[in-house]
Ligand binder design. Sequence first.
Ligand code: G6P
Length: 615
Amino acid sequence: MCGIIGYVGDKEVLPILIEGLKRLEYRGYDSAGVAYINPEGITCVKSVGKVEALSRRLEGYKCQSTVGIAHTRWATHGLPSINNAHPHIDRHQKIALVHNGIIENHGYLRSMLERDGYRFVSDTDTEVLVHLVEKYFRGDLSHALGKALCEVEGTYGLAVISQDDPEKVVVARCGSPLAVGLGEGEHFVTSDVAAILNHTRKVIYLEDHELAVLTKKKVENATTSVSMYTEHLHCDMYSRAEEIQWNVEQIEKKGYRHFMHKEIHEQPESLLNTMRGRMDRDGNVRLGVFFEKEEALKSLKRILIVACGTSWHAGLVGEYMLEEFARIPVEVEYASEFRYRKPIIEEGTVVLAISQSGETADTLAALKEAKKRGATTLSVCNVVGSTIARESEGGIYLHAGPEIGVASTKAFTSQIAALYLLTVFLGRRNGLGEGDASDMIKALREIPEQVDNILHREKQLEDLAELYKDSENVLYLGRGYNFPVALEGALKLKEISYIHAEGYPAAEMKHGPIALITKDMPVVFIATRDSTYGKILGNIEEVKARGGKVIAIATHGDREIRKKVDHVFYIPEAIEPLTPILSVIPLQLLAYHMAVMRGCDVDKPRNLAKSVTVE
Ligand code: G6P
């Protein structure tokens, strides 16, 4: 999510770091910082906002250093602020460290270090790393980092420098990408090769549990993992060096043609990040101190969800699952409507705002209105430190990473995962048994792999898109948990391809939309094997009887449906409340390919904005 660049060589380090950070900024960052080694010690400069702000702050600095690291942050733990920005520095100001990823046991490590007298200045999970490295430092930085990482659970791509071992940058990876750039008498480290392409095209991608020591002359590596660090450094990485063929534009999009396509493919990872560290095998969900302590949640009687667009669709899925498993009455409102009617907020009402950006004006206004009327306010946001996140009393961050494509994709699936976690959490307090909760958690753990399975069969959806790209209208129908998916499928298509599309509850079709059905009207049925399956087969017959063309999203192994429809796309079997995460993926891809084939600007559709900050 964040960006890292580091350098060791003969050149002045600052321009290299700043230029690298600018190349990483496309991912939407909120603060940045650099640290480099001077004869007098480590200089560390940070700023909130764009890299340009950091660059301006550095104007007066005389830097002759040739060893340094830098970071652009996209906040996960703690608001965007100078203290929370990286690099983090140890108590003697001799070690600096930058990190991408999430340290899951940071709470435990923090209390352990605090007991040993360490003082923390940030709210980040990262800060524990720099104190741990300092704790183990005896003159050799790679040894200290290797020892520190033995205690760490979670994901990291990191780089560290030390004034007392000044000619190296030590780096390590577990779950967050990191590459070493090879130059003549110089080496680079980066989370994203776009940052170093102006200097070298030769890179070695680090593997998980690999630690590497970069000096001017060489790169050495070693293995590290929880409870084990092989002290022995090798020089055998060079055989893995690769020549980068892509240009910067392609690298920013990781080789995908559009951000939207990249973000659709990131979903196995973004979903994992939403779940990470929040659940255990016994069905217990941890959502943070607010959820554990807040009295209002104990006397909770009703949840009112406010949101717009795709987030509103996620809210509808949330309504179904919260009512079914947590047995709490839920209403979902368009934020823009909530505000201007006179909503009833009784004691025990919690208002939950859902927003990817955390800045949508209507959702923010609804949240403020709810607060004014005395409701306890919660939020589900992706952007840490966003206005809605700050205005609400408690919340769940998605950790889905920056979403750049205007049409929301990975945020939607992460919102459903977050609402599912909230359902299990509240359900456990409201009669959901331990066994059922642990089955629900088990089912959620399987989801990222199931999403991956769907993404591997993208070609089939591309072929379907080719067949239907010239349609003028498309109808999306679903029942139960798949009704909001029908709405979302239709929204995706109209947003980016400008084809008119409607989502409807399948049974409502006969009260109007059925009049539209002709042989030129494709109808997408989300017809997975669930409690409404029998009924939806009936609705399919009604469309076929009128000559409509039917595309079905069905459950793996359902041979029967093949005989009734024109095309089937299979998705893996999942429990009902999780089905939307799977059934929406083919609809995202179908919309994407139809739009691309029609020559539309997928990432920036006409008239739309990523963050709508006007009411
Ligand atoms: C805009 C975007 C949509 C998004 C909606 C709500 O209309 O184009 O993709 O769903 O705003 O945004 P939020 O950031 O509040 O989820």
